[in-house]
Design a binder for this molecule. Structure first.
Ligand code: BTN
Length: 255
């Protein structure tokens, strides 16, 4: 069904018409020693997970709900690089397969016309300095119409169909994503992070602009310079050193 030309990615593909979350299945299979590159795809998720414990709406047949199981030989603290790499893969595929210009909002939301159309959830199992496995969850809103998207998130969420007025072939998109992912991953393992960083920054939402940053303690403005090796956000406020931020809340939108 998937007709992949890949070397190692998706040699094993598990496809579920409906499941709670493809992440759960990926974790289970990982514990049962499923190989590097195993893919889990669902048509529908009844308990899709987003970052920060948020729910991820995964309407039947309207999007890509997929998890990739990886067993990378990198240090655990570098795992965020895989998320950034995945974001560049999605941005590359969307800019080739559609007429739209995707942006990546740090750390890993894919935006079209400043609205979110895809998200990535990376979960890792590591012991000391070794990664047992990483599960990269990819959610892409493809063929939803506005009525498929819950009202409260409507102002910030979108789909490929809403933004382009076209319906997309989900299987084709999945093939293209997996083929692009394999190439990007192999290049990353061979050459390291610098090329991924450059590509990420070329899609970076509001890079070079002033953003507002809020932490529990304070609230300030700084220029968004780019990303660091470990995925941190690099910012510079006037008269200050370059700062690395990991989890501050950022106000990305101009008034
Ligand atoms: C986010 O932006 O918050 C990340 C969303 C990730 C959603 C995907 S859909 C496939 C995989 N299974 C899940 O339950 N979540 C991820």
């Amino acid at each position: 069904q998937w007709g992949l030309n890949t070397k190692w990615l998706g040699k094993k593909v598990i496809h579920k018409p409906t499941t709670a979350s493809t992440q759960h299945i990926a974790h289970q299979l990982a514990q049962e020693s499923a190989p590097h590159g195993t893919i889990i795809i669902a048509d529908e998720q009844t308990a899709g997970k987003g970052r920060m414990n948020r729910k991820w709406h995964s309407t039947a047949g309207k999007g890509i709900w997929m998890s990739i199981l990886l067993r990378p030989e990198i240090l655990p603290y570098l795992a965020p690089q895989l998320t950034l790499l995945t974001a560049t893969v999605l941005a590359d595929v969307l800019s080739k397969d559609t007429t739209i210009e995707p942006k990546i909002k740090w750390p890993n939301d894919i935006l079209i016309n400043s609205k979110k159309t895809a998200g990535i959830l990376t979960e890792m199992q590591a012991e000391q300095d070794q990664i047992q496995y990483v599960v990269i969850g990819i959610g892409i809103n493809v063929n939803q119409t506005t009525s498929d998207i819950p009202e409260n998130i409507n102002s910030k969420a979108t789909s490929l169909q809403i933004e382009t007025n076209n319906a997309f072939d989900i299987t084709n998109l999945i093939q293209h994503i997996l083929q692009t992912f394999e190439n990007a991953y192999d290049a990353y393992i061979k050459n390291g992070f610098p090329n991924v960083k450059d590509k990420w920054e070329s899609y970076g939402f509001r890079i070079g602009e002033t953003i507002q940053i809020k932490t529990i303690k304070k609230n300030w403005h700084a220029t968004f310079l780019g990303i660091a090796e470990d995925g941190a956000l690099l910012t510079k406020a006037e008269d200050e050193e370059i700062k690395r931020l990991y989890s501050a809340e950022i106000d990305w939108y101009k008034e």
